[in-house]
Design a protein around this ligand. Structure first.
Ligand code: PLP
Length: 278
């Protein structure tokens, strides 16, 4: 079963029937994973932190040397697509049909996907991620590109080992992120989360959860952490657009229970969303 879309798929702003929406096989988005994307939640028709997501899309496109349509055009497409209600708003920007000139005849695809079933808790495998930027810089540092094959392979590997997903570990046992989420945990009452210096994605949910922690007077530690810090935490959680804030019950062999601080962060995040989208 495919996820499909709620309402039409906008291709360069033109509403197209979901089963007729298509991208060229000659597009380097398809051929080489060259392009970028965003995913954000629509809550009853209102996108959460659309501006932040479009800022990140701007940075991704600029790293890839692809021009985007003007911001107000993109915003209008997103508001249009999000209007039907709750779902995951997806924005894809392809690289176009000329590898020498990124952006040639490219397309911007926007649609609202139905919300998947979101579990209450997750169990994470620990996986080495030698493919991750892991603090090294490149032309694509910070870009959320279409090249998500390694991320998906990590999730599939974790599932095959009986977990829901993976916690990715870099060189020297440094904790990075999940394939599609950020990691956080509570140690001695503080919210710990790997710093952006490891070139993990600048997650919008992570940023909002840090704001919630500040409101709740939970101390925040944003720095480089190691596997031993993660597995010895008191409570562990994941953060992402789709999952929001979710407690983690296992990281490899280490087990955890739902705890009061993660419960408070989860509740605080939901209130913040309600305030901003209500
Ligand atoms: C690698 C990675 N880290 C973290 C996240 C969470 O980011 P956000 O909170 O903006 O959804 C994502 C989301 O897709 C991701 O792909």
């Amino acid at each position: 079963m495919t996820a499909g879309s709620i309402g039409p798929v906008l291709i360069n702003g033109v509403a197209t029937d979901a089963d007729r929406a298509a991208v060229s096989v000659f597009d380097i988005g398809f051929q080489r994973g060259y392009g970028c994307f965003e995913a954000l939640r629509s809550y009853s028709g209102t996108p959460f932190r659309l501006g932040g997501h479009l800022d990140r899309l701007d940075r991704s496109a600029s790293n890839l040397l692809i021009d985007l349509p003007p911001r107000d055009t993109l915003t209008a497409w997103c508001l249009d697509a999000a209007a039907p209600g709750d779902g995951v708003l997806r924005i894809y920007v392809t690289g176009g049909t000329d590898a020498k000139v990124p952006g040639t005849d490219n397309v911007v695809v926007v649609f609202l996907e139905p919300l998947p079933v979101i579990p209450q808790t997750v169990r994470l495998d620990i996986l080495d991620a030698p493919w991750h930027a892991d603090g090294r810089t490149s032309e694509l540092t910070g870009a959320k590109t279409l090249s998500y094959g390694p991320n998906l392979a990590a999730t599939i590997a974790a599932r095959r080992r009986g977990f829901d997903d993976a916690a990715l570990i870099g060189s020297d046992d440094v904790v990075l992120e999940g394939p599609t989420f950020s990691l956080g945990w509570i140690s001695d009452g503080a919210m710990c989360t790997p710093g952006l210096g490891s070139h993990i994605l600048a997650s919008i949910t992570r940023e909002a959860t840090i704001e919630v922690a500040q409101e709740l007077h939970v101390p925040i530690r944003e720095e480089q952490f190691h596997r031993s810090d993660l597995v010895s935490a008191d409570e562990v959680f994941v953060m992402s657009t789709v999952r929001e804030v979710l407690p983690v019950l296992a990281v490899g062999d280490a087990t955890f229970s739902r705890g009061p601080v993660v419960d408070a962060l989860q509740g605080g995040f939901r209130s913040l969303v309600a305030r901003e989208t209500g």
